[in-house]
Design a binder for this molecule. Structure first.
Ligand code: KIV
Length: 288
């Protein structure tokens, strides 16, 4: 499929995997999207990657956490994003239980996202995911890792908590990152970890790190669309910077529509279809 943004070359997995800020590259930018208009918007803004994240569960579908979203939900929204034909690389997020049960399950679930239009998949977890990552890479499906505060492990972690806060946990995180890279991951998201730990992981890896709540020392940054644009009023985590207040703008705009309808000023003559005068006259003969 040709990209929707013809001025921009399509972003590829090999191009992303070779991007290290320490070697002089610009930081990578990834933003989530869950539908075609969102994908068009972030693509036109120039992001490198669009993550169809399982944050879908919380910011679009109204769940309290990410655990309720299924592989079919993810494929449905990945397909909507892919229909926008972005130049940015589409990353499909594997939801909870889609890669936890068995290696064959993992590959067939990932295939659902690829067939829906993703160009690679993301999964959460460290060394214990190595067999899954290897099988996906073997099936020609590029994999992005995700370490640190992994929301699908919220019950095991005791909530959404910053991870790797002591030196032992930090070294385990470094080992997990190395294991994922060795298994074939082309990039790794680091979420909710102290900046020094993220910088250390970034330095030891050849593949890029994409941070969210991991400080400025990563090879790129990712934010959730609804957080970045202020679409929701849920309390945003500390690491979110809001670049717009779209929720207030939308409430204000729709409030004006409500007032116009109730006050009788909508629709006006310009927003109405009119009969030609001759037809209106002919019609008035029938209506007596
Ligand atoms: O689902 C998601 O949006 C994510 C990002 C927070 C990295 O996994």
């Amino acid at each position: 499929m040709a990209p929707s943004n013809p001025v921009r070359a399509a972003v590829t997995v090999p191009a992303i995997s070779g991007t290290k800020v320490g070697s002089g590259a610009d930081p990578l930018v990834m933003v989530t999207a869950y539908d075609a208009p969102g994908a068009r918007t972030v693509d036109e803004a120039g992001v490198d990657m669009i993550l169809v994240g399982d944050s879908l569960a919380m910011v679009v579908l109204g769940y309290e956490d990410t655990l309720s979203v299924t592989i079919d939900d993810m494929a449905h929204h990945t397909a909507a994003v892919a229909r926008a034909r972005p130049s940015a690389l589409i990353v499909g997020d594997l939801p909870w239980m889609s890669y936890h049960v068995s290696v064959p399950d993992t590959v067939s679930n990932a295939a659902k996202l690829i067939r829906a239009g993703a160009q690679c998949v993301k999964l959460e977890g460290g060394a214990k995911r190595v067999p899954m990552v290897e099988a996906l890479v073997d099936a020609e499906i590029p994999v992005m890792g995700h370490l640190g505060l992994t929301p699908q492990s919220m019950h095991a972690m005791g909530g959404f908590r910053v991870q790797a806060k002591d030196s032992r946990a930090a070294l385990t995180l470094v080992d997990d990152a190395k294991a994922l890279q060795h298994a074939g991951c082309f990039a790794i998201v680091l979420e909710g970890v102290p900046d020094a730990v993220a910088s250390m992981v970034t330095e030891v890896l050849d593949v890029p790190t994409i941070g969210i709540g991991a400080g400025p020392g990563c090879d790129g940054q990712v934010l959730v669309y609804h957080d970045l644009l202020g679409i929701e009023d849920r309390v945003a985590p500390k690491f979110v910077r809001r670049y717009a207040d779209q929720r207030s703008d939308a409430v204000e705009a729709i409030g004006r529509f409500v007032a116009d309808v109730r006050g009788g000023s909508f629709p006006g003559p310009d927003e109405t279809y009119h009969l030609a005068e001759s037809e209106a006259e002919a019609l008035s003969l029938y209506s007596g």
